[in-house]
Design a protein around this ligand. Structure first.
Ligand SMILES: *Cc1c(COP(=O)(O)O)cnc(C)c1O
Length: 398
């Protein structure tokens, strides 16, 4: 079936909650995707960093197939033979003592919120129902009603209230504001080390170090949402590694399954994770053997293929080349590793559409930022291919 027909069908029967670029992908491999007409595109979004390992990675496909033929779901009413390895390997990779697996990123964020609140009552001694969590302006942590309730993006909230109380917002990158907002009821500060959806916002140097100190001094949990920035995206395994901090809690998702299956997790040490007792929290699919097997392999691929190192090296190269492009519309190029935003003085959508026509897929974020975040398996040759198209589009559109 032709794209046009498929798009009509999708839109006729589906809810209108997305505004996708109009190509219909049929096949994807590594950094390339193919549409139903047979056109080939370089994917510079990587499914919002869920396919850092590249599309349909052969090692993941192999593990996925093998595990799917054996056992996919047990629920946590019973145990399975993959979860123990997932738990052990995740804690060894991150350095946290314990892990709690979920599916979507938003669920892992909800898990962190629950853990932080319960820790606040049981360990810190906050009075019942008084716990407060501090978050940042321009945050993106997912789409549940609790999470959108503390978003600063009007559209994310409009029409979805009333919202969960107990959250306070401070400006991103402002440690003084955080200090002023902390009180005896504060149980946690949740932050993205680099804000992806907000347009690749990088906080000032030393910010996370100050945050860590403030949280320690005030007995507040420092929790990072690395769902998008983690697993190699920024040229470190986790973006907070750039600042040499050790948060009390870590939230991961997206690339944790290399795009095969929703797998997310919350990680922390015993003092935090011990607040959970049987029946407190759970998920039918969380920790299932198919997801656990794929996630184990997805992490191993990142390590074996040195994707973290590649992200740093290629990110530096690509940013340098982007900065050399002379165009009136470009205000700034910012990024870390292959997590790059080109800030324009005008809407970015026409640029994304023009790039698509040239065979390069990327997506605008926050109106006037073009996000470049290809799968981390991208090579220098691929980057040069992309740069030629990007230069052409900026030459044309200014
Ligand atoms: C994508 C994302 C989420 C939400 O993950 P879902 O799997 O879409 O629920 C949360 N936090 C950050 C930083 C994200 O980028």
């Amino acid at each position: 079936m032709k794209s046009k027909k498929l798009i009509e069908m999708e839109d006729k029967y589906g809810a209108d909650n997305y505004h996708p670029l109009d190509l219909v992908i049929k096949k994807a491999e590594g950094i390339w995707v193919h549409d139903v007409e047979g056109n080939k595109y370089l994917d510079f979004l990587a499914s919002y960093s869920a396919v850092n390992q590249g599309h349909c990675h052969p090692r993941l496909l192999k593990v996925f197939r093998k595990q799917a033929a054996k056992c996919t779901l047990t629920s946590r009413a019973f145990r399975n033979d993959q979860l123990p390895f997932f738990n052990k390997e995740m804690t060894e990779m991150t350095g946290y003592k314990r892990v709690l697996p979920m599916n979507s990123g938003a669920e892992a964020v909800e898990t962190a919120i629950k853990a932080a609140r319960k820790w606040g009552y049981q360990v810190k001694g906050i009075k019942k129902n008084k716990a407060e969590i501090i978050v940042c302006s321009d945050n993106f942590h997912g789409r549940t009603t609790t999470i959108v309730g503390f978003s600063t993006e009007d559209q994310y909230k409009d029409g979805f209230g009333p919202f969960t109380p107990g959250f306070k917002v401070v400006p991103f990158g402002d440690a003084k504001a955080l200090e002023a907002a902390i009180n005896k009821n504060t149980c946690a500060f949740i932050v993205e080390p680099v804000q992806g959806e907000a347009g690749i916002n990088i906080p000032p140097r030393g910010y996370l170090k100050k945050v860590e100190k403030l949280c320690k001094a005030n007995n507040v949990l420092f929790i990072v949402d690395e769902i998008q920035s983690g697993l190699g995206r920024t040229g470190r395994m986790f973006a907070h590694n750039w600042d040499n901090v050790r948060p009390d809690g870590l939230i991961v998702g997206k690339a944790l399954s290399g795009g095969f299956y929703p797998v997310s997790a919350f990680l922390a040490d015993d003092e935090v994770m011990d607040v959970f007792n049987p029946g407190d929290h759970g998920s039918t699919f969380g920790g299932n053997p198919l997801g656990a097997a794929v996630a184990r392999e997805a992490v191993q691929v990142i390590i074996d293929e040195k994707l973290v190192e590649k992200s740093e090296k290629h990110g530096e190269y690509f940013m340098e080349k982007l900065r050399a492009i002379k165009a009136k519309s470009i205000k700034k190029v910012r990024g870390r590793g292959l997590f790059i935003g080109v800030v324009l003085d005008r809407p970015a959508r026409p640029y994304c559409e023009a790039l698509m026509a040239e065979g390069l897929l990327c997506k605008e974020t926050h109106e006037n930022v073009i996000r470049f975040a290809p799968p981390l398996v991208v090579t220098k040759k691929d980057l040069n291919w992309a740069l030629r198209r990007i230069e052409k589009v900026f030459k044309k559109l200014g």
